[in-house]
Ligand binder design. Structure first.
Ligand code: ASP
Length: 413
């Protein structure tokens, strides 16, 4: 398997950045642009009631939509959607069956905002409790706090009646062991370090040095990983998918934003976070204003993708503020993406390791799904699921062409 690299032209970034500036100057034009885009292309003008979510929520939106339509609370509707992936042991990015941290322990993050009462709740780094979106709601309703983390959050959840259970499945345990035996870790400088450079792992450097005709470095890694995967008992047909999860920790997570007939809105985001993370690491998902933000006067937005990057631009909050000042959902989201691009001075060598998708719903029912890249795997574009009486999946609008690259930075040839 050859992992290809893309080339990019600097003018694409310069063009995007100047477009962003234009968007800020001319909100009317941007709303016009949004309404002129073909529906089904990641943007639209939905009708109330409406809910939007990440593509992994698609199977659950019928039930949530009917609940919303029949007068159900907007946050409870969002929680109905995200409970699906939280309960699904085969969704490796959320709840039960989520990929674990570097010690093989699943740690979950979630937050929610209830527009009508302008309240918020959040939990970070929670172990042994599957439905952390509901724990976030419990924090909102049954404490005077907004955020609980770690052991305290787990104890609170148990006090509230949530059952403790083992969230690591046999499948995710084996993938974790594959990562542990074959891959690097999170220690050392990160992508944002000024001295960052792609590293060649020592064992592979040695292998390459000892061969007169060095094999492609990726192929060497994958060969070795296949052997370890076989030893671990990973079924042959599942080996490449497991290897991909080790090499390219996938982004997933689920966000859902809802709007009812009365114009009330809520939002919720829940995740198992970045695979193989350091214990205690919180991503953007539990951070009010980054992984999710709902303002009853404006709209609701949420994120999936590279949490560290989204925290630095307070993505969901930036999007809501952009819309407050007149931007369309599409341009509000694109502007947040451009802030991430700006944080790296448009350095495509680094940006290709970043994956980010925003799901945006304005109070009038206009919505957009925007992403930095088309997807993180060729042929699997990022999707926003929408239900406003018609249930559909739409490809997000991407800022850059092609798919994102691996994270964390891994050796290159
Ligand atoms: N945003 C999540 C995090 O950084 C990961 C994801 O969306 O997959 O924890």
């Amino acid at each position: 398997m050859v992992v290809s690299r893309r080339g990019f032209i600097a003018t694409a970034i310069a063009g995007s950045l100047s477009l962003g500036l234009q968007a800020q100057q001319d909100p009317e034009q941007n709303n016009h642009e949004q309404s002129n885009r073909k529906s089904g292309s990641g943007v639209g003008t939905g009708k109330r009631p409406i809910l939007i979510c990440a593509g992994n929520g698609f199977p659950y939106i019928d039930d949530a939509y009917n609940f919303l339509k029949n007068g159900g609370d907007t946050l409870d509707a969002a929680l109905r959607v995200v409970k699906g992936p939280e309960d699904d042991p085969n969704d490796t990015s959320v709840g039960l069956g989520g990929l674990p941290n570097e010690e093989g322990i699943v740690e979950l993050d979630a937050c929610c905002m209830h527009g009508p009462t302008r309240r918020a709740g959040s939990v970070g780094g929670v172990r042994n409790i599957k439905n952390v979106s509901q724990v976030a709601k419990a924090v909102m309703e049954h404490t005077g706090h907004v955020m609980l983390v770690g052991e305290g959050a787990e104890r609170f959840a148990v006090d509230e009646g949530f059952p403790r259970e083992n969230l690591l499945t046999d499948n995710t345990r084996k993938i974790w062991l594959l990562w542990k035996e074959t891959h690097s870790d999170w220690w050392g400088s990160g992508l944002a370090d000024p001295q960052w450079k792609k590293r060649l792992s020592r064992s592979l450097a040695q292998k390459t040095a000892n061969t007169s005709q060095p094999k492609d470095e990726w192929q060497l890694r994958i060969d070795r990983m296949e052997m370890v995967a076989a030893d671990l008992g990973i079924a042959p047909e599942e080996r490449m998918a497991a290897i991909r999860k080790v090499l390219f920790p996938p982004t997933g997570t689920i966000h859902c934003s809802t709007l009812n007939n009365k114009g009330e809105m809520s939002g919720c985001t829940t995740t198992s976070g970045l695979a193989w993370k350091l214990p205690g690491r919180c991503g953007d998902s539990p951070i009010i204003g980054a992984g999710c933000y709902t303002d009853q006067d404006v709209g609701s937005a949420g994120a999936t993708g590279s949490g560290e990057e989204n925290i630095k631009v307070a993505g969901a909050h930036a999007i809501i503020e952009n819309m407050r000042h007149g931007m369309s959902p599409l341009d509000a989201g694109r502007d947040a993406l451009k802030r991430i691009v700006r944080n790296y001075n448009g350095d495509m060598e680094r940006l290709k390791f970043i994956d980010m998708t925003y799901y945006i719903l304005r109070k009038d029912g206009a919505y957009a799904g925007v992403s930095l890249w088309e997807g993180y795997e060729t042929g699997k574009p990022h999707r926003i699921s929408v239900h406003d009486g018609t249930r559909r999946n739409e490809k997000t609008v991407n800022l850059f062409p092609g798919v994102s690259q691996e994270w964390p930075p891994t050796p290159s040839t």
